[in-house]
Design a protein around this ligand. Structure first.
Ligand code: C5P
Length: 342
């Protein structure tokens, strides 16, 4: 029996950024192989879940860009869990949107995971970790990361997630330009470019260029994989390190990762279409970012800074230049789980 006006569960649905992202070959199911490190950050939406008498699922959100029907990620995940848990009652999910829609910060995915956790708590019935991960992955490739939080290795189509060593918090600035980038379109554009086999791009700051082909797209995945594993193995390895590597790691492990040579492949397809996003990356670098990148397929970009003060000053400078910029901090797994329920 469901009582009317039962408890509302309120959650913070935190955003993520991608610390490097490589796109591999298209798979038979239409998805692409992916290799990335996800990192949760302090920016968030608010999700409220309530179960009332009746049937069905209702999505409430003041933002007109957010769908309220069965295509909403919160709707889809609650519907799936409702069925699986043989639940009764009408589920109301309220979304207070602060993160951009189609922003590359995983907003809709984080909303869905928060809605699932809130639904389970409101129902007082809980899924196994395995079922929760499966249900999340069925809704989208970047939902499972929000069931881990902190620094997370993502492989497969991005839905296979592995918790990594909890990194200390690092200050960052997130810029959210008003354009919305469609992820499927960005992947399609990537396919077009890799198929052309003739595309050239400037290779980072060196000014030299290289050809992008299907073959070297997968070589480049191996390259990032090596950078990740070298970085990951350092704390566990007894092998001696160069003075530079030791100093870099001790100073800031996250910046040591950046120096290992990470980059986001989506920049190759998104920047030519939206040149203002490349401008934002340069503006972040000029404002003192130690590393700046597009997050996911964009349109959000982030910069990593040496201190919270540096990040706050950079955000103020970028806002003066007319960009929507916010200073925040990366969230360790512990902080993520400590803060998720309001
Ligand atoms: O999994 P998700 O719903 O977020 O994916 C949205 C779309 O992005 C997919 O339908 C697919 O076109 C594309 N995608 C892809 N490869 C991935 C993840 C997403 O091609 N690894």
């Amino acid at each position: 029996m469901i009582k009317c006006g039962c408890m509302t569960v309120t959650l913070r649905s935190f955003a993520k950024i991608n610390l490097g992202l490589r796109i591999g070959a298209a798979r038979n199911d239409g998805f692409h192989k992916l290799l990335t490190i996800y990192q949760t950050i302090g920016l968030h939406d608010i999700i409220k879940v309530n179960i009332e008498r009746g049937t069905g699922i209702e999505i409430r959100c003041a933002d007109p860009q957010v769908p309220k029907d069965g295509s909403n990620t919160c709707y889809r995940i609650v519907e799936s869990a409702h069925r699986f848990l043989h639940a009764r009652g009408r589920v109301i999910v309220e979304i207070e949107k602060r993160l951009p829609v189609q922003g590359g910060l995983g907003g809709a995915s984080a909303n869905a995971v928060a809605a699932l956790l809130g639904f389970e708590r409101a129902l007082k019935k809980f899924l196994s970790a395995e079922d929760r991960l499966r249900i999340a992955a069925e809704v989208g490739s970047d939902l499972p990361l929000f069931l881990v939080g902190g620094t997370v290795l993502g492989v497969g189509r991005g839905e296979q997630v592995y918790p990594m060593e909890d990194l200390p918090a690092i200050a960052c600035v997130v810029v959210t330009p008003e354009v919305g980038v469609s992820t499927p379109k960005a992947f399609a554009e990537w396919d077009r470019l890799t198929c052309e086999k003739l595309m050239c791009w400037n290779k980072s700051d060196s000014g030299s260029s290289e050809k992008l082909t299907v073959a070297n797209a997968s070589d480049r995945m191996v390259e990032l994989s090596r950078a990740y594993s070298a970085w990951l193995s350092v704390p566990y390895s007894g092998a001696p390190l160069s003075v530079d590597s030791r100093r870099s790691r001790a100073e800031n492990p996250l910046l040591a990762l950046v120096r290992a040579g990470i980059m986001n492949d989506f920049e190759h397809v998104v920047f030519p279409e939206y040149p203002e996003l490349c401008e934002v990356k340069r503006a972040l670098e000029r404002a003192g970012a130690k590393y700046a990148s597009l997050s996911g397929s964009g349109s959000a970009l982030y910069g990593l800074f040496g201190s919270r003060g540096d990040a706050a000053r950079a955000a103020a400078r970028l806002r003066k230049q007319g960009w929507a910029a916010e200073a925040t901090v990366t969230l360790t797994r512990r902080q993520y789980w400590k803060k998720i329920f309001v």
